[in-house]
Write a protein that binds this ligand. Structure first.
Ligand SMILES: *Cc1c(COP(=O)(O)O)cnc(C)c1O
Length: 342
């Protein structure tokens, strides 16, 4: 039994999910003739109260398309220093859209409306890049699964309206925030111009993200997806997994959060731990006591069939997910409590 807690992307489709996939009605999605993909896109768009949804092979491509929709080359995007679009999309913002990022020094990947105001370049000052987009991540990945305060998001929306800026949400793990904070997709649909959501993380699908927005932004999205090489054919098999996951794997995310919180509380009492960051959803970020070597610590756990991630700069990460069973959880907690380190 390998306990893989490196990421919530390591899940494999269940038999039930695979059966639904096998039964999917499919067609050529480049001609928009794939019924199941059309159904998934409409379903998610409706959940968020938007007119359009578009299926993508990855969250990265969905975010990159959103950036392109909102900007022109030379523009500047405001985001947190921890943002996935800045740190983990291969430099795509500059590669695909020719934009730069103005990084906000936020708190666990989140920032305030006040900080956005400070980050906007005056539009008539032609020496600096034109600010055109604000990007928010919820939950924050590098910020340890933190959930935004919704009232701050509303204030940022006002700042965007006043300054004529687009507002994009990287909602790769928005599902986790929704169940944790008792919020609805429509709350977010009302505020953001575009939203990307992942099906392949907590929801347990093998592939897929969906970008959502209204006609005004989304009318060009399919062209940009084509340019990025994301036009696909009989993808109803994948979309069927998404429909299944939304109906069956969404509300259960709370179980992952409870397990993550239990792991955090055990870690807090371990002598080899320096600090455990606040856990709100399914991500636990912690650091080791000074004298302990991180690589050796990971190897030690590996020998006990436990896999976790080293994020660098002294941070370790555990992510709970659908395939992390109660039995694995018991074994992990016991192992952490009795681990002889150093
Ligand atoms: C995983 C993730 C994405 C998308 O990543 P892909 O691997 O391209 O699907 C985007 N944003 C955040 C915050 C993520 O955690």
């Amino acid at each position: 039994m390998i306990i893989d807690l490196r990421s919530d992307t390591v899940t494999k489709p269940t038999k039930e999910m695979l059966e639904v996939m096998l039964e999917a009605r499919v067609g050529d999605d480049v001609y928009k003739e794939d019924e199941t993909t059309n159904e998934l896109e409409t379903k998610i768009a409706k959940m968020f109260g938007k007119t359009h949804g578009l299926f993508f092979p990855s969250g990265t491509m969905a975010n990159q398309t959103a950036i392109k929709l909102h900007t022109n080359p030379g523009d500047q995007v405001i985001c947190d220093k921890y943002a996935h679009i800045f740190n983990y999309e291969g430099g795509g913002a500059s590669f695909n859209s020719g934009v730069s990022c103005k990084l906000i020094n936020g708190n666990r990947g989140m920032f305030t409306a006040e900080q956005v105001i400070e980050a906007i370049n005056p539009p008539d000052f032609y020496h600096s890049p034109l600010t055109t987009l604000v990007e928010i991540e919820n939950t924050t990945n590098k910020g340890g699964g933190a959930c935004w305060d919704f009232t701050e998001i509303l204030k940022i929306r006002e700042v965007c309206d006043t300054n004529n800026l687009g507002l994009h949400l990287d909602g790769a793990r928005l599902w986790n925030a929704l169940v944790e904070k008792n919020e609805t997709p429509k709350d977010f649909g009302n505020v953001f111009d575009t939203i990307s959501v992942c099906l392949s993380k907590g929801l347990g699908c093998p592939v897929g993200s969906v970008l959502i927005g209204d006609e005004k932004f989304m009318k060009n999205a399919i062209r940009i997806r084509k340019i990025l090489g994301g036009g696909m054919r009989q993808i109803g098999y994948l979309a069927a997994a998404g429909i299944y996951a939304l109906d069956n794997n969404f509300t259960r995310l709370i179980k992952d959060h409870n397990k993550a919180k239990e792991i955090a509380s055990v870690l807090t009492n371990c002598s080899y731990i320096n600090n455990v960051e606040l856990v709100e959803t399914n991500i636990v970020i912690f650091s080791l006591a000074k004298e302990i070597d991180e690589t050796k610590f990971i190897e030690l756990l590996e020998r006990k069939s436990i896999r976790i991630s080293n994020l660098g700069s002294g941070k370790m990460r555990i992510v709970t997910h659908l395939d992390y069973t109660d039995k694995m959880h018991d074994k992990l907690l016991e192992t952490l409590k009795t681990l002889k380190v150093g």
